[in-house]
Design a protein around this ligand. Structure first.
Ligand SMILES: [Zn+2]
Ligand SMILES: [Zn+2]
Length: 393
């Protein structure tokens, strides 16, 4: 039986798994039911799943010999605090919670791949570490790494996929280098001196200073960091003042700095360093002072060139060369934490199909997937694992 036929024979089970996960969404580190179901399924394959990081599940599959490399294959498990409005018959049974990012699809695809790879264990040399990871939306990968998921046995490479509504059904997005963004979240408090709007010269106006900040920092990309390095510097909240004729003392600006390349604080191309310097200088010009709060939420997922070739060749065989697209996103993905330690590849499985309503953005209450693309993801995982081991012989 070919891999494609094997996937086809398990399609009913694949859809049932996805719909069951979809109906029972759970937030990060609270994926208790989800975790139990994954454990039961893996046990039914004869594997010995272990709990890691509260609700995470890890299982090893040894191939023909276990002296080959160890490949980590990861699916994320968490849902979002979103009120589902899809009207699907298997909609969320948990009020205010929804699998609005597609992690239900990831778990069901990796479980089905685990079934097929277990049946094929005599055809590869090495070990697969199946990792079901909690709390992707808030950096759960790092918690699993801190809890030792890359050790015993030591992982040599990692692979992950995301079902992806920005790409049409029947396509797979793969690219070497950065494919999801690094993100720093910021809060800037600009301090002036309040007063009467009829006597602006007697006050120090933080509002006009804030306006200059919002405009000027947009020049960081091109003038201070190469135009070839994508940056999205966005303000999501501006707050200050109490009444139309009062100049306030302070204005608060909050937002995100996303960048699609690997950099560290102190590096010449670090956009957050540039932001801090420019905002400080603008405040000086306007006679204001400022204070900052930063939080680095994610690194960029940077695809390893060799792993990308493996994934690209496999994708080409599944959907055809013209349907393999170069794709990267300013969204964040905590899979980056695995790629910080071992060669890794992360691919996007296109799922937008207007006829089934799967063209809403991720995290939207109407987000859904084209279930017809689930078998593509399973086939990709199985073939990519086998191709990886074959390349290491
Ligand atoms: Zn998400
Ligand atoms: Zn996601």
């Amino acid at each position: 039986m070919s891999i494609q036929e094997a996937v086809k024979s398990y399609t009913d089970e694949l859809l049932a798994l996805r719909r069951d996960f979809h109906a029972h969404p759970e937030l990060g580190f609270q994926e208790f039911r989800t975790s139990r179901k994954i454990e039961q399924y893996l046990k039914s394959l004869g594997l010995e799943p272990m709990k890691v990081s509260t609700t995470g599940v890890v299982a090893l599959l040894k191939g023909r010999t276990d002296n080959g490399p160890v490949l980590l294959m990861r699916a994320d498990m968490d849902a979002l605090p979103v009120d589902e409005q899809t009207g699907l018959p298997f909609s969320s049974e948990h009020n205010g919670l929804m699998h609005a990012c597609g992690h239900d699809a990831h778990m069901s695809m990796l479980l089905t791949a685990a079934r097929i790879l277990t049946e094929m264990r005599d055809s590869f040399d090495g070990t697969i570490k199946f990792v079901f990871q909690p709390n992707e939306e808030i950096a759960g990968a790092q918690v699993m790494i801190d809890d030792g998921v890359l050790e015993n046995p030591k992982v040599d490479a990692a692979m992950g996929i995301h079902i992806w509504s920005p790409l049409p059904s029947g396509t797979i997005g793969i690219k070497s280098g950065a494919v999801t963004s690094s993100m720093d979240v910021f809060k800037v408090t600009i301090k002036g001196r309040g007063g009467h709007t009829g006597y602006p010269d007697s006050a120090v106006d933080p509002v006009i200073c804030a306006a200059a900040v919002v405009q000027q920092v947009q020049t960081i990309q091109t003038r201070l960091v190469s135009p070839m390095k994508p940056i999205a510097l966005m303000f999501g909240r501006i707050a200050g003042g109490t009444k139309n004729n009062i100049i306030p003392d302070t204005v608060e600006l909050e937002g995100t700095i996303r960048y699609l390349f690997a950099t560290k604080p102190g590096s010449p191309d670090n956009p957050t360093d540039k932001f801090k310097r420019m905002v400080t200088d603008i405040c000086n010009v306007y006679g204001c002072t400022c204070s900052f709060e930063f939080n680095h939420e994610n690194d960029a997922v940077v695809n390893d060139p060799t792993m990308t070739v493996v994934a690209y060749d496999v994708a080409k065989g599944i959907v055809g060369e013209t349907n393999v697209v170069e794709h990267a996103s300013m969204a964040c993905e905590d899979f980056a934490a695995f790629g910080d330690h071992v060669p890794a590849v992360f691919a996007f499985i296109g799922t937008a199909n207007e006829t089934v309503g799967s063209n809403y953005p991720h995290h939207n209450p109407r987000f859904t997937i084209d279930e017809g693309t689930l078998p593509i993801g399973v086939e990709f995982l199985v073939e990519a694992a086998l191709r990886y081991f074959a390349g290491k012989r």
